[in-house]
Design a binder for this molecule. Structure first.
Ligand code: ZN
Length: 94
């Protein structure tokens, strides 16, 4: 029954890998290492804390939503404009 002995270890490895890549994709590799390693201690308080407290607060970094983008020359600005300052192309916002 070797599988039964290795099953907890296998679970820990999968859990640690999942936590690490989850944090890494959200630009928090240090958190991934800390909570990933915590999956290997006998009391799984680290992963529990991670899923309850850390994961809901981690958000995938997204591009700023309110950006105006010129389809003609590719100029983008955080402030909205009706005419492109770069190529004078008029932008109609949908
Ligand atoms: Zn333009």
């Amino acid at each position: 029954m070797a599988l039964v002995r290795f099953l907890p270890l296998l679970t820990s490895i999968i859990l640690a890998s999942y936590i690490f890549y989850d944090c890494y994709s959200k630009k928090k590799p240090v958190l991934g290492i800390i909570f990933g390693l915590s999956a290997f201690i006998p009391i799984p308080i680290g992963p529990i804390l991670y899923f309850l407290l850390i994961k809901p607060n981690l958000k995938t970094p997204i591009k700023k939503a309110n950006q105006t983008f010129c389809s003609k020359c590719g100029f983008s600005s955080n402030s909205s404009f009706e005419k492109c300052p770069n190529c004078q192309n008029s932008i109609t916002l949908s």
